[in-house]
Structure formats: structure tokens, C-alpha cells
Design a binder for this molecule. Structure first.
Ligand code: PMP
Length: 361
């Protein structure tokens, strides 16, 4: 037998075990077809049902208003960094970007290749420990859009509330906190996320887009990179990542069974608190990276005051079956990603070994 692990990977990351078991049961004979869901034609009615079911579940669970559409794309969140300026940053316009970390900056860099973006605010000074105040964002009426990163996977910071940007479309990269709690979708013109953290396996990118954005987008964009192409074809313009979309639908079914996003939000708070408490009650033995009011409930970043002890801690955590506790490769320290599918028990176990390790050292 395989020793159970506590999976705190940052993405791809933990999936609900019940979903994996169901996928295993259905793997060789999907709904009586005698085939795997991976072997079905993406034009078959059986697959179409899987596809539409995932879209409907997403709309219902996330309370997406009527004037928005859900698209399933490929290329990860990283392709969205390019598609957004291609489609929305028209000649003569500017776009505002909030720089809250590595991913936010990558999005900004792509926009610079295609047009004229500028920084609306930055947390770079002080190494991205905080989310800028929503009242301090510098952007202008007439901008093509303002882009934010709702949760900064590497630094472990998260927006608590979102600005009302009026006529300036607000676009958010929600890769690492999508559907971790209910939000008011109507504040956003577009939301996007790679599925591989909160929603399923890698390979599917979820885009939630207000329909007027599709209509007013730049027409001079390669066909497959236009949002309108995927909208008109119900995300079946070309072969979609069928297995990933099937898994996404099953994860959404699991969220539904758990009681929806309110329940998840409460649980995510409880999970993060277990680990933040171990940090806060350590008298400086563990040092959190994010300022308390900007702390992420999805990625908990900290280091040990003593670097040698940090190595020892990471080694002991590894021995104890904790996976993915090392910080991002360029940042170091420790990071625990506590996405939707990470059970409360895993967070409890982590907080316990943190407390125990401090006692022993
Ligand atoms: N944005 C955020 C906030 C992320 O955490 C990541 C991946 N870790 C990305 C974008 C890049 O996503 P992808 O690998 O799907 O392109």
C-alpha cells in the first residue's frame, strides 16, 4: 500500500479523492459507451452533455449573471496574458495593470509587447507583502481595462475586496482563488483561471466574460485567439481538452455536494487559520511573508527565522508525508497551498507538526 500524503502543492494540486475514485470507476466504460471519456468524439452527444453540464454547473455555483458567458480554453492563464491585450487593447488606448507579484508582472510584460499599458499600483517595493488599497489605484476613464491578480500564488497575498471601476472594464486573473468563495461577478468584465489549482487538472482555462466585451473586441486577431470564436462555438471551435473538462465538471459536482461556495469559503478560512495561528503563536520562530490584512487563504507563505532550522523543518515535513511545502523556486521559504480540495485534516496535521517542530528545536 502507498503511504498517504498531505498534498500542499501549488498547482497542479490536490483533487477531491471522491472525484478521482469516480473517474477511475468510469475510466474504461463511460456511461455505457464501452469507451473512456477520453476516447469519445468531442462532437458526440455523450461528450456534449459532459461539456454543457460543466458550463451549467459553473454558472450556477458561481452565480454568474445572464449577460456573461463561460468559455473553456487552452494555453493556461499564460495565454490569457496575451489574448487580453490582443482582443481589448485597441490602438490609441491604454490599459492599467496592478503589479502584485510575478504573475501580475508577466501579464503586464505581454501587454507591453502589444500596446501601451502602465502600472496602476505596485507592491514591488517591500517584496509584494501587501495588496494596494483599492482607493489608491491610478487609472483613467477611457482605459481599455484594468488588470488585477486576485490571489498571488507565490507571495501569498489576496485581494479582500474589489474596486468599483465604473466604465473601465475590470479583468482579474483568479488562477489561484477562483471559486474558493462567493464573489460579486458583476464587478468584473472578465475573470480567468487555469483549472489546475481549485477546479481540476491542468489543460483547461476557465474564462468568464461579459458579452459586451466579446462584441467590442479587436477583429484583427487570429481566429483561435479571438474570444468571439470560442463564444460562437460554445468552446467547441476545435478539439477541447475533453478529459480535463470532464474532471472539472466532476469537481464542480463535488463542490455542489459540499453545499456550494459559502460552505467552501468557511472551510477555507478555518483551514488557513490553523496554519496562520501556528505562525502567529510561534513568537517569531515562524515568520509570515504577507502583511496580516493581505494574507491569502489559499497560499500561506512563511519562513523560519533560522535558515538552518528551515532546512531541517522542510526535511522533516517531507519525511512526514507533507508534499509541496517548499516555497516558489525563486523565492524560497515555505508555502502551504490550501486550495478547495485540501482537507481540513491536512491543515490540522501541518499546524501540529509546525508546533511540534518548534517545541523540539
Ligand atoms: N496566474 C497565477 C496567479 C498563477 O498562479 C499561475 C500559475 N501558477 C499563472 C497565472 C500561470 O498559469 P498557467 O501555468 O496556467 O499558464
Amino acid at each position: 500500500t502507498i503511504q498517504p500524503v498531505y498534498n500542499f502543492n501549488a498547482g497542479p494540486s490536490a483533487l477531491p479523492s471522491s472525484v478521482l475514485e469516480k473517474a477511475q470507476q468510469e475510466l474504461l466504460n463511460f456511461r455505457g459507451t464501452g469507451m473512456s471519456v477520453m476516447e469519445l468524439s468531442h462532437r458526440s452527444s455523450t461528450y456534449e452533455e459532459v461539456h454543457n453540464n460543466a458550463i451549467t454547473r459553473l454558472k450556477t455555483l458561481f452565480s454568474i449573471p445572464e449577460n456573461y458567458e463561460v468559455l473553456f480554453l487552452q494555453g493556461g492563464a499564460s495565454l490569457q496574458f496575451s489574448m487580453i491585450p490582443m482582443n481589448f487593447l485597441q490602438k490609441g488606448q491604454k490599459a492599467a495593470y496592478v503589479n502584485t507579484g510575478v504573475w501580475a508582472e508577466k501579464a503586464f510584460t505581454e501587454a507591453k509587447l502589444l500596446g501601451d499599458p502602465y502600472e496602476a499600483a505596485s507592491s514591488k517595493e517591500g517584496n509584494h507583502r501587501f495588496i494596494p488599497n483599492i482607493n489608491d489605484l491610478q487609472y483613467n476613464q477611457g482605459d481599455a481595462y484594468i488588470h488585477i491578480t486576485s490571489n498571488n500564488t507565490i507571495y501569498g497575498t489576496q485581494w479582500r475586496d474589489f474596486p468599483d471601476t465604473g466604465d473601465v472594464p475590470l479583468i482579474a486573473d483568479m488562477s489561484s482563488d477562483i471559486m474558493s468563495k462567493p464573489i460579486d461577478i458583476s464587478k468584473f468584465a472578465m475573470i480567468y483561471a487555469g483549472a489546475q489549482k481549485n477546479l481540476g487538472p491542468s489543460g483547461v482555462t476557465v474564462v468568464i466574460i461579459r458579452k459586451d466585451m466579446i462584441e467590442k473586441a479587436n477583429p484583427n486577431v487570429p481566429t483561435i485567439l479571438k474570444y468571439s470564436t470560442h463564444y460562437k462555438n460554445n468552446s467547441l471551435f476545435n478539439t477541447p481538452p475533453t478529459f480535463g473538462i470532464y474532471m472539472l465538471g466532476e469537481v464542480l459536482g463535488w463542490i455542489e455536494e459540499k453545499g456550494g461556495l459559502q460552505t467552501l469559503a468557511k472551510q477555507n478560512e478555518e483551514k488557513a487559520k490553523l496554519i496562520y495561528d501556528a505562525i502567529d503563536e510561534s513568537n517569531g520562530f515562524y515568520v509570515g511573508h504577507a502583511e496580516p490584512e493581505s494574507r491569502s487563504l489559499m497560499n500561506i507563505t512563511f519562513k523560519l527565522a533560522d535558515q538552518e532550522l528551515e532546512k531541517k523543518f522542510l526535511e522533516e515535513a517531507k519525511q512526514g508525508g507533507f508534499v509541496g511545502i517548499n516555497g516558489y523556486r525563486t523565492v524560497g521559504g515555505c508555502r502551504a497551498s490550501t486550495y478547495n480540495a485540501v482537507p481540513v485534516e491536512a491543515c490540522k496535521a501541518l499546524s501540529e507538526i509546525m508546533i511540534q517542530f518548534q517545541k523540539n528545536n
